[in-house]
Write a protein that binds this ligand. Structure first.
Ligand code: ARG
Length: 453
């Protein structure tokens, strides 16, 4: 069946059928939900009879059952899911099926389907992100006192707590959650009633359809509503950012599980081996998540490029949005879920991280701050401690292993208690909002938890 055959005298070329068919079969439930709301409203508004409306609704239920049973032959000549469902509906209820499309075009129908799809994906991602953030909160509260080296330029910088490091990801994923919530607001607008492009001559009750489908607003311009795919760009863009965050985390897991770091042991169930080297245990889950960031970036570019040259209103190019939206969900959602499970099972080597935190003169800044607290300008203190680091390096010892008289020679304001500067004191001192002190991390876990719904 073609929904538009009247003015054509020749049949469509088989290649054209293949070429133009949409990859939207999996989206039947969204299309049917939209059609049911439309049919109910048509009956209610007296645009079709209540009897026909009810027949259509019953028919659509049977169509759903048939599709779920796999009792449907999908054929390219039906072009897309919208036509397919109309064909199936006709098989169920006969010619009455033809009344469903009153006051509707596939252009506003597909805009509706898309918005239902993206809204559904946003909701899934929001839940998955919240669960992931919850895992970071639990891990962070377990590791409030666990010491590790903090890095800049991947060089030892200052000691931090593992809890603090983990909460950095909690914050990233919270921003991601907020982006999806925000995207959802603009997704949640009903386009139905826009017709093909110009609006509808029927007294459609758009508000009723919106309420049934859970839309918060009605589109205000039919040209925009049928050609807008901004919400899809926003969704894929938020997903690209999220997958980028996951990729940075993946990179750290890969580094931390390497022999050089050995900060963490990967659970066997989330690692793979080598077909040749018997000793290998590879962080493939993390590597694939890092690698798949590229796929979502690609979808974002694809969508933006598809949209950039389109005149108003609907153009068939827009059909290309669905593979990008679907592929994005197919990468992001399983990634969030597997990371949640993998993170729970990471075994941190607290002792190894603590030993490592002491290496590389990570307390040098604290020694400089010691002098600053006694009134020395920071620049001068920095210079003095730089000299001490040089001496310690030459003697191959730690800063607090230098004899006290070396300190005295370096600056008169040093007293014996300078040798008491320790990792614990350095951590405890960073006790202001956003700092790594255990008390702050404990507080930060609560602040983050309070943001979850
Ligand atoms: N399959 C199309 C899409 O996904 C539906 C709308 C088709 N409209 C049209 N006039 N050809 O975008």
């Amino acid at each position: 069946m073609r929904t538009w055959g009247g003015r054509f005298s020749d049949n469509t070329d088989a290649l054209t059928l293949q070429y133009t068919a949409g990859a939207d079969r999996s989206l039947y439930a969204f299309d049917i939900a939209g059609s049911m709301a439309h049919a109910r409203m048509l009956g209610h508004a007296g645009i079709i009879s209540v009897e026909d409306s009810e027949k259509i609704l019953t028919g659509l239920n049977s169509v759903t059952e048939r599709i779920q049973k796999g009792d449907v032959e999908w054929r390219p000549e039906y072009e897309d899911i919208h036509t397919h469902i109309e064909v199936l509906l006709r098989e169920e209820i006969g010619e009455v099926a033809g009344r469903l499309h009153t006051g509707r075009s596939r252009n506003d129908q597909v805009a509706l389907l898309n918005r239902l799809l993206v809204r559904h994906l946003c909701d899934e991602v929001i839940v998955d992100l919240e669960e992931l953030i919850g895992v970071f909160c639990s891990l962070a509260s377990e590791h409030v006192n666990t010491v590790m080296p903090g890095y800049t330029h991947l060089q030892h910088a200052q000691p931090i707590t593992l809890g603090h490091h983990l909460l950095a990801y909690g914050e990233m994923f919270l921003r991601d959650r907020d982006r999806f919530l925000d995207c959802r607001v603009r997704v949640n607008v009903l386009p139905l009633g826009s017709g093909a492009l110009a609006g509808s001559p029927y007294p459609l009750n758009r508000q009723m359809v919106a309420e049934e489908l859970g839309f918060e607003a009605l589109s205000r311009n039919s040209l925009d509503a049928t050609s807008d795919r901004d919400y899809a760009v926003e969704f894929v863009s938020a997903a690209a950012l999220t997958q980028m965050h996951i990729s940075r985390l993946a990179e750290e897991i890969i580094l931390w599980s390497s022999t050089e770091f050995s900060f963490v042991r990967l659970p066997d169930s989330f690692a793979t081996g080598s077909s040749m080297m018997p000793q290998k245990k590879n962080a493939d889950v993390a590597e694939l998540a890092r690698g798949r960031a590229g796929r979502i970036y690609g979808e974002l570019m694809a969508l933006l490029t598809t949209l950039k040259g389109l005149p108003l209103a609907y153009n068939r190019d827009l059909q290309e949005d669905k593979p990008s939206i679907l592929a994005t969900g197919e990468v992001l959602i399983p990634t969030l879920r597997i990371f949640r499970e993998m993170l729970k099972q990471l075994e941190f080597d607290n002792e190894r991280m603590r030993d490592s935190a002491a290496l590389g003169f990570t307390l040098a800044t604290d020694v400089a701050d010691y002098l600053v607290k006694k009134g020395v300008p920071f620049r001068e203190a920095h210079q003095v401690v730089g000299g001490l680091v040089l001496l310690a390096e030459q003697k191959n010892c730690d800063l607090n292993e230098l004899p006290f008289n070396t300190y005295q020679q370096a600056h008169v304001l040093f007293e014996e208690d300078v040798l008491e500067i320790s990792i614990e004191s350095a951590l405890a001192e960073r006790d202001l909002l956003g700092g790594t002190a255990p008390s702050q991390v404990r507080e930060a876990v609560e602040l983050l938890r309070n943001q979850l719904t």
